[in-house]
Design a protein around this ligand. Structure first.
Ligand code: BG6
Length: 522
């Protein structure tokens, strides 16, 4: 496979070590190690880069190799394995318990021993750790990040979301980060911004002339942004049970996608210009007051699968590690209004859920119906109105863009039926499509901060989410609606749209969607 799409046109910035704090954790194993292996296979990593994993316990070399192999095995493609074999030499393990007083000193010595003597080290620290450990790690890393240590290549910090658990804690985290590092040293990751199809929203909207004129309240009826996963909480019960899907996925990934979909044209493709427009969208979100959550939101939790053809699926409360009296939601749906001239009166419906029937992420733009059509009712396959055009940006799987329009059904009669105009990444580009973590790791190594978040975006997102959580907390557990695992979610989510005389798009994998439309059957 040609991996040249992983190569950047400019050489990487000086980085002697990529230090992954939480290197034996789930994120490192599932995402970071495979991504590094692929970057290695592509020749995209700096030649002298050391990758240092940290964990609390000592880890013999053979266990480290096993951990790396498991990580590479998390993908079915053999390529990361090949990259990984060449990577073994680069990987090191250093035990680090951040709660041990004076941990920084021995840690610095261990890093120096790996890097050897020579030029001043330039380190990139990746915090792939649970949020509650961030404080302790920042204390350990503070001496490495200190301004008086800064050379032409100061140490930098990569942080995974969640950035706090609400607005207040996000502000506390921000203040602490400012104490230990300069803003220019901090890179905050929302990995959805590294996805090809998410970046393609900008290309679709601003590199084509035909979409922007109709991208507004005059032509669009509403927008649906859906995130669905078939998996449950898996091995992340402890984190998820404290977090819930609203904070895990909606506060970050879905609001970022919403911003890119709804923002005004930026002055240029420069990250600062894009951020300005994203922030305006966040500022224009109409707050959902705590008292309004019953009418503006739906909150659900999956229950044991009772029926269906598939294997039995446990309910959320039966998952290992979930508190028996948990009131955490695994599903959230919201009706969101953006109070701008462009979007006045146009709802954006957001939904996110675990253990649903399908795994997919998509943005669907549902256009208005034609204004009084010229065809008699029977022409529109029996409907009294013509189905609206729908533009779907499929983020995953089967990344692509699909436009459903009306067409004449072949034959002597004049009948209409919806057909799809399809663009599939896989079919159109034979090249390798970088995974989000491949891109973001490489961007960080190149000191390219364009796809990373700034704290004010994060705070604006929390300011929108906090009142919703407050409303839910007042009602819990009364408004925690159960849905059967493996289905499309709670009835309340359907009711949210039904109240507006609308319905959700079915959660259908694209492969199924490529069948002839039912209305097109003879
Ligand atoms: C993470 C969430 O940020 O995103 C997970 O914490 C979720 O709960 C994951 O499963 C989804 O990412 P992706 O790239 O698989 O869509």
């Amino acid at each position: 496979m040609d991996l040249s799409t992983l190569l950047k046109p400019t050489p990487p910035r000086c980085t002697s070590s990529l230090v992954i704090c939480g290197g034996t954790g789930d994120l490192a194993r599932r995402k970071l190690i495979p991504a590094l292996a692929r970057l290695q296979a592509a020749g995209a990593l700096p030649a002298d880069l050391h990758v240092v994993l940290t964990g609390r316990r000592p880890l013999p070399r053979e266990d480290l190799i096993r951990h790396l192999q498991e990580g590479a095995g998390a993908t079915t493609d053999p390529l990361p394995r090949r990259g990984l074999e060449a990577l073994y030499e680069r990987f090191h393990y250093v035990p680090l318990d951040p709660n041990t007083p004076g941990a920084s000193g021995p840690f610095a010595e261990a890093l120096q021993a790996i890097e050897g003597k020579g030029a001043a080290p330039a380190r990139l620290f990746y915090l792939a750790i649970p949020p509650e450990q961030i404080g302790a790690f920042l204390t350990v890393l503070a001496p490495f990040l200190a301004r008086d240590r800064q050379t032409s290549c100061p140490a930098r910090l990569l942080i995974e979301k969640p950035f706090g658990t609400d607005l207040a804690s996000a502000r506390v985290l921000h203040r602490r980060l400012q104490e230990v590092a300069d803003e220019s040293q901090i890179l905050r990751i929302d990995h959805y911004l590294g996805k090809e199809a998410v970046q393609n929203i900008l290309a679709l909207r601003f590199a084509n002339v035909m979409f922007e004129p109709v991208w507004n309240r005059q032509f669009i009826d509403h927008v649906q942004i859906s995130f669905a996963e078939t998996i449950g909480v898996g091995t992340r019960a402890a984190y998820f049970d404290r977090t819930g899907i609203l904070r895990d996925v909606v506060q970050n990934h879905l609001l970022q996608v919403l911003c890119l979909t709804a923002m005004e044209p930026p002055l240029s493709h420069r990250p600062t210009c894009i951020r300005i427009e994203k922030k305006k969208v966040l500022a224009a979100l109409r707050p959902i007051a705590a008292a309004d959550t019953p009418t503006q939101t739906c909150r659900g939790r999956y229950a044991r699968r009772q029926r269906g053809d598939g294997p039995p699926l446990p309910g959320y409360l039966e998952e290992p590690g979930i508190a028996p009296d948990s009131t955490t939601e695994t599903y959230a749906a919201l009706r969101v209004w953006i109070d701008t001239w462009r979007w006045s009166g146009i709802p954006f419906y957001l939904r996110a859920g675990k253990r649903l029937s399908t795994s997919l992420t998509e943005i669907a733009i549902i256009f208005k119906e034609v204004p009084g059509h010229i065809f008699p009712p029977e022409v529109a396959t029996g409907r009294t109105t013509i189905a609206p055009d729908v533009l779907v940006i499929r983020v995953q799987p089967d990344e692509g863009i699909h436009l459903t329009v009306q067409s004449k059904v072949p034959g002597m009669e004049f009948r209409l039926a919806p057909v799809d105009l399809d663009f599939s990444y896989q079919e159109s580009f034979a090249t390798y499509r970088p995974d989000a973590y491949e891109r973001l790791l490489l961007d960080a190594l190149h000191d390219d901060d364009g796809l990373f978040l700034q704290h004010d975006e994060i705070e604006a997102a929390w300011a929108f989410i906090d009142p919703i959580r407050e409303g839910w907390a007042r009602e819990a557990p009364a408004r925690l609606e159960e849905y059967e695992a493996g289905t499309e979610g709670p009835a309340g989510a359907a009711a949210l749209l039904a109240a507006d005389h609308r319905h959700w798009r079915p959660l259908t994998p694209r492969s199924a969607g490529r069948q002839p439309h039912p209305g097109n059957a003879p």
